[in-house]
Write a protein that binds this ligand. Structure first.
Ligand SMILES: Nc1ncnc2c1ncn2[C@@H]1O[C@H](COP(=O)(O)OP(=O)(O)OP(=O)(O)O)[C@@H](O)[C@H]1O
Ligand SMILES: [Mg+2]
Length: 259
């Protein structure tokens, strides 16, 4: 468990293994080929996120938010820079198999589009990840049921995505991400397909993942109203971090009824 008493808002930087930072990246550069030239989408980004913090990453469309998440999580190799995550020094130096293993063991993902398997029930969506991690079928079922109950879906265990609402689908995706108690939780526009009420359920669950489970929650969003729940707001424009502020979160904030 995380000892929250050790966290102070003053930015005492701890380097290396077992520090305060769940993830710390330096000098990330990502380029994409565009015709004969290259477009630089991340221009030397330094980034870090702490356990227990809900860190919000905001910026206009095309500013590089999803690319940053992908580079931090081992999904998209940057041309330059390094990512230290948990007890791994320089994630991108690992073999692809080990990077996948790191992601499977320690990271949860929540996307705008839910990414659920159409043929599986809510329970199966969550169980499959846990079984993939090596849990026995019995333990996977128990943990999956607990995770779905935590997001308020105990009554939806055996339903498939087609008959779930958008908000319910996103809660299944959150249960799937939280069931393995990830140390780092990446969310890319998790509320943008939802109305205000469901968006609020989702952001509160992310807040709880940070506060109660001690996860480093890194949440990309366009919606400035979500700032109310954040410990920290990082703004990115055109591949450059332009501001980074600590906030006092208000877990009881409300979203207006429409997005
Ligand atoms: N695979 C790719 N190949 C070429 N260009 C890409 C690729 N992925 C992203 N880009 C470009 O990189 C830039 C940043 O994209 P990215 O998806 O990171 O932006 P974003 O901030 O997440 O935007 P949005 O808010 O619209 O999701 C965009 O100009 C995009 O077109
Ligand atoms: Mg994006």
């Amino acid at each position: 468990m995380i000892d929250f008493t050790s966290q102070t808002p003053s930015h005492t930087k701890v380097h290396g293994r077992h520090g305060d930072y769940a993830i710390e990246a330096k000098g990330l550069i990502k380029r994409f080929k565009s015709g004969k030239s290259f477009v630089e989408v991340l221009k030397g980004v330094d980034f870090d996120a702490r356990h227990g913090d809900l860190t919000m990453v905001m910026g206009p469309s095309g500013s590089g938010k999803s690319t940053l998440i992908a580079a931090l999580s081992g999904l998209l190799r940057p041309e330059e820079g390094r990512v230290d995550a948990l007890d791994v020094d320089d994630l991108w130096k690992l073999s692809l198999g080990k990077i996948d293993k790191f992601r499977l063991d320690h990271c949860g993902f929540i996307f705008q589009g839910f990414n659920l398997f159409p043929a599986l029930t809510a329970l199966q969506q969550v169980e499959i990840v846990l079984k993939f991690q090596g849990l026995s079928p019995e333990r996977a079922k128990k943990r999956a049921t607990e995770a779905l109950t935590e997001v308020g879906l105990a009554h939806r265990l055996h339903q498939r995505p087609a008959i779930l609402s958008g908000g319910e689908k996103q809660r299944v995706a959150i249960a799937r991400a939280l069931a393995k108690d990830p140390k780092i939780l990446f969310a890319d526009e998790p509320t943008s397909a939802l109305d205000g009420e469901n968006g609020q359920v989702v952001i509160r669950l992310l807040r709880r993942a940070a506060t109660e489970h001690g996860a480093a929650v890194i949440c990309v969003t366009h919606d400035p109203r979500l700032e109310a729940w954040a410990d920290r707001v990082i703004k990115i424009e055109d591949g450059v971090i332009v501001s980074d502020e600590r906030h006092t979160p208000n877990p009881d904030a409300t979203l207006a009824s429409h997005h």
